[in-house]
Design a protein around this ligand. Structure first.
Ligand code: DGL
Length: 248
């Protein structure tokens, strides 16, 4: 029996699972929240690679035939190593700078992501490519992951935390904001309330889901499992994972 493994530092990757299940509803998924080691955002690349290995081995031992690294930070730090060490396809996440740069009318793109993602060579290269065409303003979504892991998706405290990182991007004139961390889409309703009308938020998850279909086809991985469903696993408490899963 085949399955698709998905992991993140926590529950954020559920925002990716949501999009994947929209187009591949009849698969078997094993979702792993590495929340005992969350957040990954400020951790070293070697630490994240070690966690990536441990989680990948667990997912493979449970029958995963492909792995979605549903975490921008882990993709930036570890996906190249994981691809070189394990015999299954890996699909990763990266901030959607390209569609943002194409779509902006103000010429200013805002990027919200973790510190690890914003300093990764992959992101820096992408940014460089669009530097002539648009102005890119970036901020770490400081405290966003903790809000989501704490199931605090709204309310005065959540709003203050989100404003702190989002408002400087708006003040710089960004009309298109890239959600460069898979936790952040859970704060989207709050962000949309704070941002003026017309500001567009871009989540790469739908594009990643479409890419996964191509990758599975390219590798001849059979679609439609006889026993579809989602198995939720975590290295720490599964309380938030279960609650957020019920929201997707
Ligand atoms: N959800 C993750 C990402 O997409 C990482 C959040 C964290 O653990 O800092 O980057």
């Amino acid at each position: 029996m085949a399955a698709i493994g998905i992991f993140d530092s926590g529950s954020g990757g559920l925002s990716v699972l949501r999009e994947i299940r929209k187009i591949l509803p009849d698969e078997r998924y094993i979702y792993y929240s590495d929340n005992a080691h969350c957040p990954y955002g400020e951790k070293s690349a070697s630490y994240i690679i070690e966690r990536g290995r441990a989680v990948t081995e667990l997912l493979l031992s449970k029958g995963a035939e492909a792995v979605v690294v549903a975490c921008n930070t882990a993709t930036a730090a570890a996906i190249a190593t994981l691809r070189s060490e394990y015999p299954v396809p890996f699909v990763g996440m990266e901030p959607a700078v390209k569609p943002a740069a194409t779509g902006t009318r103000s010429g200013v793109v805002g990027v919200l992501a973790t510190a690890g993602t914003l300093k990764a060579p992959k992101y820096l290269n992408t940014k460089e490519q669009y530097a002539d065409a648009v102005k890119i303003e970036e901020r770490v979504g400081r405290g966003f992951v903790e809000l989501v892991e704490g199931m605090e998706l709204d309310g005065p405290h959540a709003e203050a935390v989100v404003r702190e990182s989002l408002e400087p991007l708006l003040a710089a004139g960004a009309d298109t904001i890239v959600l460069g961390c898979t936790h952040y889409p859970f704060l989207l309703p709050l962000m949309q309330r704070i941002a003026p009308e017309g500001v567009r938020f871009i989540d790469p998850a739908p594009a990643v889901a479409r890419h996964l279909v191509d990758v599975l086809n390219d590798h001849g991985i059979a679609l439609s499992d006889p026993d579809p469903g989602v198995e939720l696993l975590s290295s720490g408490s599964d309380a938030t994972l279960k609650k957020l899963f019920n929201l997707i």
